[in-house]
Design a protein around this ligand. Structure first.
Ligand code: 13P
Ligand code: SF4
Length: 380
């Protein structure tokens, strides 16, 4: 039975959409996709809920999604089912000056269906804090020796900071290659905002914990470090973390190994070093997906990353045994804000020519942020 429901001639406020049943919202979303055709691209991060992912043209990890946005030449709009920093990155990459010029001055409109879909980790490093840290570091070490590296989970202003200072962006899937790039250029790295990704990656490169220190942006005394510790540091880690991945604990690994003999522990590098040390495999969301997709039937997994991805993996691979590593729910509440009601509302407004929640990075920030992003895209 068709659930066809026409879009309203002039779409109303979000409150009109909230009460609509999912089947109606899904049908209306598909109607917009059909009518807009190639003019519209919907991108979805792996952590999105199933109902939303069902409407995505392309699903991926942060790196794949930014590459996908960078390669869009023909669409008029990207609707990003992810979080704020991802939509900002899409705006910067899809609207690079050369791309806009090639389109005769036309920009791609980038929409985030719910503006409250932020990232608590990205919020742990504000540009004024990073600038203060840089100035403070300059009192004890030569900042010309430091390459700033920002995890893509950060505001555009931090990416611009890296662009201005010869630095680069990384994602969880290329962090090691990016750090190698950075160390080919300088003796030290300032890595923000995720201390865990920075520490876990540096350790895979043989960098000792004694050569790393943590910068607490709330400590006015050199981020809580002595001048000697900073002078001895090759990696200065920003004291930020992902509140979702912080919920996976080393004891969860122990109890899963005890309760599920033969289980393989597979975790995201945003987990703490103590969890990573006990895991069998560590990698980005796409890496996690690939491991399970490629494993023989009967493989047992204990997976430490966001709940929606893990549940979907289990459902898509019934021949394997997929367990969620934590006994408590670890879901990204901000990713979860993107639901069918917000997606339908933003799509119908977009189609009607009255777009809502447009993400537009200012030109000055974008100009420098794109330098750091292009360096990342060039790293193999
Ligand atoms: P990926 O780069 O693996 O997609 O991770 C993004 C993210 O936000 C993980 O918390
Ligand atoms: Fe940010 Fe963590 Fe959510 Fe990823 S899972 S978007 S790092 S809060």
């Amino acid at each position: 039975m068709s659930t066809h429901v026409a879009a309203p001639p002039s779409p109303g406020p979000f409150s009109d959409y909230r009460p609509l049943p999912d089947a109606v919202l899904a049908a209306r979303i598909e109607e917009v996709r059909r009518r807009m055709g190639r003019r519209l691209v919907i991108l979805g991060h792996h952590y999105q809920q199933d109902g939303v992912i069902a409407h995505a043209d392309f699903q991926g990890d942060s790196y794949q999604l930014s590459r996908s946005a960078a390669e869009r030449d023909d669409c008029e709009a990207i609707v990003f089912c992810g979080v704020h920093f991802m939509a900002e990155t899409a705006d910067i990459l899809a609207n690079r000056p050369a791309k806009v010029a090639a389109r005769g001055g036309r920009r791609v409109t980038v929409v985030l269906p719910d503006m409250a879909a932020g990232c608590s980790m990205a919020d742990m490093a504000a540009i004024h804090q990073v600038e203060d840290a840089w100035a403070d570091l300059g009192t004890v070490i030569d900042t010309a020796e430091i390459t700033p590296v920002t995890y893509i989970n950060s505001a555009a202003s931090l990416k611009a900071f890296c662009g201005r200072h010869g630095g680069i962006v990384c994602t969880s899937s290329n962090a090691r290659a990016v750090l190698e790039w950075a160390f080919a250029r300088g003796r030290r790295v300032l890595f923000f905002p995720d201390q865990h990704l920075g520490r876990n990656t540096a350790r895979t490169m043989g960098i000792d914990l004694g050569e790393m220190c943590v910068w607490n942006p709330h400590d006015p005394e050199l981020g809580g470090n002595t001048p000697a510790a900073l002078r001895g540091a090759r990696v200065i880690l920003w004291q930020g973390h992902c509140s979702v991945h912080a919920m996976f604990r080393p004891e969860h690994v122990d109890s899963m190994r005890k309760n599920v003999p033969g289980v393989k522990i597979l975790v995201h590098p945003e987990c703490s070093m103590e969890v990573v040390d006990k895991a069998d495999l560590v990698g980005s969301t796409s890496f996690i997906l690939r491991q399970v997709e490629q494993a023989p039937p009967g493989t047992k997994w204990g997976i430490g990353t966001e709940l929606h991805l893990v549940r979907r993996l289990g459902a898509n691979h019934p021949g394997q045994e997929v367990h969620f590593l934590s006994p408590v729910v670890c879901m990204c509440a901000t990713m979860y804000r993107i639901d069918l009601a917000h997606l339908c509302w933003s799509l119908e407004h977009l189609e009607a020519g009255s777009p809502v929640n447009v993400i537009r990075v200012d030109d000055e920030t974008a100009r420098f942020a794109v330098e750091a992003l292009e360096r990342m895209l060039a790293v193999k």
